[in-house]
Design a protein around this ligand. Structure first.
Ligand SMILES: C[S@@+](CC[C@H](N)C(=O)[O-])C[C@H]1O[C@@H](n2cnc3c(N)ncnc32)[C@H](O)[C@@H]1O
Length: 311
């Protein structure tokens, strides 16, 4: 089990709003972008990786950038404005492979990058409700136009369901205590802010937990974020569909930030390799160098896996 992206956030300065792209050199090496080819960045964010990809694609290339988050797409658009190649920026979940290909009227691509999770830009914005370090509305939706918020979940789910979520997606042994505290507290008042929830979790745990390496609310916040954004539900299918959209010798790079999503990437790649269609290029996942971790604490939990389409 490795630490999650959120788990290292106490080390990140609070005014660090810009996102530092994770493992940029490794991504560019393994994605092997050829000038004039077609590359999909399925988790565009602030286009940190995409700017590098655009440079490598050259003016004859085609970059397709996808994100669920409207604000990130708007920022990314500004950052890519001076690029001379064809750029299509699309809003939605990267799982909608067929829809996106139809929208840009192509059948196959040469490279796909998925840098999973959320960006520092989202994490550090207290109005988005991802962070337990700043008080804000308990939202956590990447796509703020639809779906249930984290507040909806903590105020309505049955205690047993809260236990399951915190245990399964937060991998927290003390899920039962936390769920009980949430249910007890919400009988008094609705839990509407990140600060309220962080305090409830903190108070529900033994003092020894409060001296641990990670903030006691880390796992609960991770669990809720995964459920709110259905982060794991479509991952396997999305990976398979993007792989199937690759041209022969096309490559897919995926960066995961917690063990649950990394396990899905590993198993999906294994299945694609076993049926002879793919070759895994990273026997073990690549991790950021120590130097990168020092500059960008959030990169610490990253695992990069790469697969190439054989036929
Ligand atoms: C880690 S950030 C990507 C950062 C980007 N690579 C960069 O260098 O700037 C992940 C981004 O993917 C988006 N995202 C996460 N899951 C998504 C999904 N299922 N579909 C579309 N976008 C998603 C998030 O909104 C976020 O902007």
């Amino acid at each position: 089990m490795f630490v999650s992206n959120i788990e290292v956030m106490e080390e990140v300065s609070l005014d660090q709003r810009a996102h530092i792209s994770v493992m940029p050199q490794e991504v560019m090496h393994w994605l092997r972008v050829r000038p004039g080819s077609v590359v999909v960045d399925g988790t565009l964010g602030l286009a940190g990786h995409s700017i590098l990809i655009a440079e490598a694609l050259g003016s004859q290339g085609h970059l397709i950038g996808i994100d669920k988050d409207k604000t990130s797409l708007t920022e990314a658009k500004k950052r890519l404005a001076s690029c001379s190649l064809r750029v299509d920026l699309l809003e939605g979940s990267f799982g909608d492979v067929e829809r996106f290909l139809a929208e840009v009227k192509i059948k196959a691509v040469d490279g796909v990058l998925l840098d999973l999770g959320i960006s520092s830009f989202q994490l550090d914005d207290e109005t988005r409700g991802f962070s337990f370090l700043k008080d804000g509305p308990l939202d956590m939706r990447m796509d703020q136009s639809k779906g249930l918020t984290a507040a909806d979940l903590v105020n309505t789910l049955k205690e047993e369901e809260l236990v399951r979520i915190i245990e399964e997606y937060g991998e927290d042994r003390l899920a039962r205590r936390i769920a009980k505290a949430i249910v007890w507290r919400r009988a008094e008042e609705r839990i509407l802010t990140t600060g309220q929830l962080a305090k409830i979790v903190l108070r529900s745990l033994p003092a020894s937990y409060q001296r641990g390496r990670i903030h006691p609310a880390t796992r609960t916040f991770q669990a809720l974020r995964i459920v709110v954004n259905q982060e794991l539900e479509y991952l396997k299918d999305a990976l398979t569909h993007w792989f199937e959209a690759l041209n022969p010798q096309g490559r897919m790079c995926v960066i995961a930030f917690h063990s649950l999503e990394d396990r899905i990437v590993k198993q999906t790649f294994k299945a694609l390799a076993e049926d002879g269609r793919g070759q895994i290029l990273t026997k073990k996942p690549l991790e950021p160098t120590q130097a990168e971790c020092q500059v960008n604490a959030r990169s610490r939990s990253a695992k990069l896996r790469v697969i190439e389409r054989v036929s």
